[in-house]
Design a protein around this ligand. Structure first.
Ligand SMILES: [Zn+2]
Length: 107
């Protein structure tokens, strides 16, 4: 699957990954920090910005799942946090039948 991935395709994949990040962090923030639907507490907003930036700056193409990534661009603390977010929200999204999102469970 190393065939040419054109720019449009890459942008689409990136946009989708960011949508997944937003869904996971949003679910986590609502459940853990009691924020309203569609809103994030300041910590989670900052963390989402960080995660988005890392995704946009990923130098690998095609991007491997983060679990198998040789770079691990997240800092140690952020990695621990994204794992917690993915674990927490992954279960909830699965219970709600959002398999389209869990499918992309990339951490
Ligand atoms: Zn939060």
């Amino acid at each position: 699957m190393l065939a040419t991935m054109d720019t449009a395709n890459k942008a689409k994949k990136e946009a989708n990954d960011i949508k997944v990040l937003q869904a996971f962090i949003g679910t986590y923030c609502r459940g853990k920090h009691g924020s309203a639907k569609g809103e994030l507490c300041p910590d989670c907003r900052e963390f989402l910005a960080y995660a988005e930036l890392k995704r946009r700056k990923c130098p690998l193409d095609p991007k491997p799942t983060c679990k198998h990534c040789p770079i691990h661009c997240y800092s140690k603390e952020r990695r621990a946090l994204i794992r917690e977010v993915m674990g927490y929200s992954g279960r909830r999204l699965m219970l709600r039948g959002r398999l389209d999102l869990v499918w992309h469970y990339f951490f």
